[in-house]
Ligand binder design. Structure first.
Ligand code: HMH
Length: 212
């Protein structure tokens, strides 16, 4: 008998402070106020495109180990990522940014973390996937409404439809966690904490970008 049943909710409650640091950051605050410098914002944009490229691969691997009952939601997520990749290219073009840029060390670490998740059980992958999407959903939402030209960025991840999608991801991760072993639940908690740390570092990477 397990004496502790891990759920997405329990992870957020147990690690509220670290989750706060992942979703509240001066980078987002300055986007909201419209005072972020363009080299900071552009660094985020290019590095996040590189992140989303690897995140798309993670989504595909998640689908490949998911129960078929979870397909519809995960396929809608992949469809949204298709639109997002196209949108990132358009945003980069508008700003004359080169997307063929090397990843910065933090982006690289985040991508390595996502690759390594492929050897973990579905419950761990599903928990990490939910946490990654929730971080952006809450991060952008908590700093909304944003000044122009950042409103569309806040809306992309903060909109009610995305919030509903993240709620379904939470349900699916909870379902997987409910039958996971104690060891798997511990791995899921570690993955959640790693996402929180990497999210905070990712904002900091963009915020502290050199003018170049
Ligand atoms: C760093 N975390 C980061 N980038 C994103 N685009 C998301 C989460 C949400 O997909």
């Amino acid at each position: 008998m397990k004496n502790f049943d891990s759920t997405c909710r329990s992870l957020l409650l147990s690690h509220a402070e670290r989750w706060q640091s992942a979703t509240v950051h001066p980078f987002l605050q300055q986007c909201q106020q419209g005072t972020i410098a363009s080299h900071q914002f552009n660094t985020w944009l290019v590095q996040d495109y590189l992140f989303v490229t690897e995140f798309t691969r993670m989504a595909a691997r998640l689908l490949s180990v998911a129960p078929s009952a979870h397909f519809v939601t995960l396929l809608s997520g992949l469809g949204a990522l298709r639109d997002e990749l196209i949108w990132f290219k358009a945003k980069a073009d508008q700003r004359s940014l080169m997307l063929a840029t090397p990843p910065q060390p933090i982006c690289e670490s985040y991508c390595e973390f996502m690759k390594a998740l492929s050897s973990q059980p579905y419950a761990v992958q599903a928990t990490a996937f939910w946490a990654i999407e929730l971080a952006y959903n809450q991060g952008w939402q908590r700093h909304s409404p944003m000044a122009e030209p950042y409103a569309e960025f806040a809306d992309r991840w903060g909109n009610p439809g995305f919030t509903d999608y993240v709620k379904v991801l939470e349900k699916q991760a909870d379902h997987a966690l409910s039958t996971a072993s104690e060891a798997e639940q511990t791995q899921a908690e570690q993955a959640f904490l790693e996402v929180a740390r990497l999210e905070q570092d990712f904002w900091q990477m963009a915020f502290s970008a050199d003018k170049g």
